[in-house]
Design a binder for this molecule. Structure first.
Ligand code: MOS
Length: 724
């Protein structure tokens, strides 16, 4: 049985608010937490599968050219070596996530340094790695491939272009203007678990245990790569050790394991090395952004312009959506927005941790800080003055909008001083001290989702979907929703995720996971409640379930009378998404210290205040915010992919050289989550949470650096050499 909900209308009243148990929203610890901390939660490479051969990818040490020969005999006689495969399904970029849109390449064409070109399979990992290192491959190098986005004529992304009113006139007549160029460097997703897959064939059926964010979509990608039917493939991804965009699409390890396992007639595991993950998996594009702001005396915007140059490989569709929130965050009648993509030969650029706003907001919010200074308006007040009533480009209403509340409540909790601001006012020993703030914005996404919920005759429930939990808390929040709706404690809800034998979920990405899968579970539970109400001789709205019983009536076990009942909830975002602008909003406040001799910045304190609809679990939601703010510190101070300007290879390809913030870099962080219900965002009135914490936080730090020591920097990350 299945129940379908296509959301074409706002959902203003919600069953979850009427429930008496109050499980939804509670700060419950993760139901998968114990398995994780005791090491019993299996990650992709850890499944016990007999007779597994080990594959190691061979990657190209050139940026642009062709593979002219692979001398397989050079390694086939080495100990334990079973096969060398250079199957064209592996060597086309067919496995890069955006693959379906990418033009088919000559299989032996190398487009970026580190591109996988073959896989060596051996009895042990060490043997495979050794053979991969010794494999003789010859290349013809194509000289002169563009490596720098500023070297080439970029392509305009027309659907991002806005020309509204007359910006030049607005700039000319403005009381205050800002015209600034700000650059960000590339980022790696830097998930802790490397990309890994174990493939196994039984007859013509393929099972792959892999580390994936979106099995629901990855199954189609893999079927396409292998020329198979989806029905003949099963993907299992029960636990994912972080994805951050890097596992939205399948990558070469998954395809290689599948091809090799078929060829050898035995299971094959392929795990990327940390260096391979950095070199082959997609990057966030570097950006160069220009911001122009024109305001009246009081800082109210009349003109707003944001342009960005990003890069990707030739033929790739994705362009870092830098301007995503710039379209609606602030008012200003006269607007110019433009996004351009330069075609260069770095690895594929794709979604990495809050694609778009993670780098767009840090630039925009530095420009706003400059406008605050020029106009003499307090930075918090300046933002309050420029919040539009409706989307200023599309004249659409906002689904819900908590920016003003976040700014006010965040400022109060942080102890923001709204008095006149001047840099270099406070020093302690060798440290300049300063504060800064910024707005947060991240578009809200949802996706179609299905989940099966079975209420068993013993009064327990089982939730099944191929949805993943990438560390975000999915297992827990869906158990809470079902527990709430069915009146049972979450200990009685078994959650089975990450298996394509179950109904298709939305996958985890773009912060759409919780609202989407949560809505599917909600829809299934509503349908189950209808059935239970029928059995109890009442209506669904009257049905009061608690502690496994109808209040004042029969227990679930009695009602079910030996039967299991089951519903598949099917949620589809409907037209409603076209008639509203839905976004999470928030505000960041930072206090930093900058060393006057070394230029080192330490973040002493950060606070994020956010409004993102219904909070499904206060603890996991807060953890998402803490993670996002931590990534904000990375964007501000430490993270940068560095490419060799001569041959284009990535220089810093491990976690020792690519610096993500670690404990010592992260201060006590305060998170304020505002009470909000968004009737448009999803049937459960929840919006995305995960990524919002890194959409603007870097600017709060940049603005605090300026306030501390007077260094106004236009290049992220703000490393000591740049600060000095
Ligand atoms: Mo996200 S970068 O869409 O996993």
């Amino acid at each position: 049985m299945s129940a379908h909900l296509k959301q074409d209308e706002p959902v203003t009243s919600n069953r979850l608010d009427g429930m008496k148990q109050g499980i939804v929203g509670q700060p419950l610890s993760r139901v998968d937490g114990l398995a994780k901390v005791t090491g019993t939660a299996p990650y992709a490479a850890e499944y016990k599968i007999d007779n597994v051969a080990e594959g190691v990818l061979v990657t190209a040490p050139i940026t642009r050219g062709e593979v002219t020969s692979i001398d397989k005999d050079s390694v086939l006689s080495m100990p334990g070596v079973l096969a060398v495969l250079d199957d064209e399904r592996l060597t086309t970029r067919a496995a890069q996530g955006t693959a379906n849109e990418a033009p088919k390449q000559d299989p032996a064409t190398v487009c970026y340094w580190g591109q996988p070109i073959a896989v060596v399979v051996a009895e042990t990992f060490e043997q495979a790695r050794d053979a991969a290192k010794h494999l003789k491959v010859e290349y013809r190098v194509h000289e002169g491939a563009p490596l720098d986005p500023h070297q080439v004529t970029p392509e305009e992304q027309d659907d991002e272009t806005v020309n509204q009113g007359d910006l030049d006139a607005a700039m000319a007549r403005a009381a205050h203007t800002v015209d600034v160029e700000i650059a960000t460097e590339g980022h790696a997703s830097a998930a802790m678990e490397p990309h890994a897959a174990i493939a196994e064939w039984r007859d013509d059926k393929l099972t792959v245990h892999a580390s994936l964010q979106m099995p629901n979509y990855n199954i189609a990608e893999l079927a396409d790569s292998l020329g198979m039917e989806e029905n003949d493939i099963r993907l299992v991804s029960r636990y994912v050790g972080g994805g951050f965009g890097s596992k939205l699409g399948i990558s070469e390890e998954t395809v290689a394991a599948a091809i090799a396992a078929r060829e050898l007639g035995r299971p094959v595991r392929v795990v990327m090395s940390r260096q391979q993950v950095f070199q082959c998996i997609m990057r966030r594009s570097e950006t160069t952004q220009q911001l122009r702001l024109a305001s009246d005396e009081e800082g109210k915007l009349d003109g707003f312009a944001h342009r960005a140059l990003v890069s990707n490989l030739p033929g790739e569709e994705f362009a870092e959506p830098v301007l995503q929130s710039s379209h609606f965050l602030y008012g200003g009648e006269n607007r110019q927005l433009k996004l351009e993509v330069a075609r260069i030969h770095r690895m594929t650029a794709g979604s990495v941790r809050a694609p778009g706003e993670a780098v767009g907001m840090p630039a925009l919010e530095v420009a706003m800080d400059m406008l605050a200074e020029k106009s003499g308006v307090d930075p918090v007040e300046l933002r309050l003055r420029n919040i539009p009533d409706r989307n200023p480009e599309e004249d659409l209403p906002f689904s819900s909008h908590k920016l003003a509340d976040c700014l006010r409540q965040g400022a109060e909790k942080f102890g923001w001083d709204s008095g006149p601001r001047k840099p270099r006012q406070q020093r302690e020993g060798e440290w300049w001290i300063g504060t800064g703030m910024a707005s947060a914005a991240r578009v809200h996404n949802v996706g179609e989702a299905k989940a099966r919920v079975t209420l068993k005759s013993d009064g327990t429930a089982v939730i099944q979907s191929d949805m993943t939990d990438i560390g975000t808390g999915t297992y827990t929040i869906v158990a809470q929703i079902a527990g709430e709706m069915l009146g049972i404690p979450i200990e009685k809800v078994l959650v089975e995720l990450g298996d394509t034998n179950h109904p298709r979920g939305p996958g985890s990405g773009g912060s759409w996971g919780a609202a989407s899968i949560g809505s599917a579970v909600y829809v299934a539970c509503e349908a189950l409640r209808e059935k239970l109400a029928h059995r109890a001789g009442t209506s669904e709205t009257e049905l009061d379930l608690r502690d496994g019983s109808v209040v004042g009536g029969k227990s679930l076990v009695e009602l079910l009378d030996g039967e299991d009942i089951c519903e598949i909830g099917h949620y589809e975002p409907g037209d409603i998404a076209d008639s509203h602008t839905a976004s999470g909003f928030g505000a960041f406040f930072a206090k930093v210290r900058v060393n006057r001799f070394t230029g080192e910045t330490r973040v002493d304190h950060m606070l994020g205040a956010f409004g993102f609809g219904r909070v499904l679990n206060e603890k996991t939601a807060r953890s998402q915010c803490l993670g996002g703010i931590t990534w904000s510190i990375g964007v501000a101070l430490t993270e940068a992919l560095l490419f060799d300007p001569v041959d284009g290879h990535l220089v810093n390809c491990d976690l020792a050289e690519y610096h993500v913030p670690v404990n010592r870099d992260v201060p006590d962080v305060d998170v304020l989550m505002l009470e909000e219900r968004d009737p448009v965002a999803s049937p459960i009135q929840a919006k995305g949470i995960g990524e919002l914490g890194m959409c603007g936080g870097a600017a709060a730090i940049a603005n605090a650096i300026y306030n501390a020591c007077g260094a106004r920097l236009f290049q992220y990350p703000m490393t000591p050499d740049r600060v000095l």
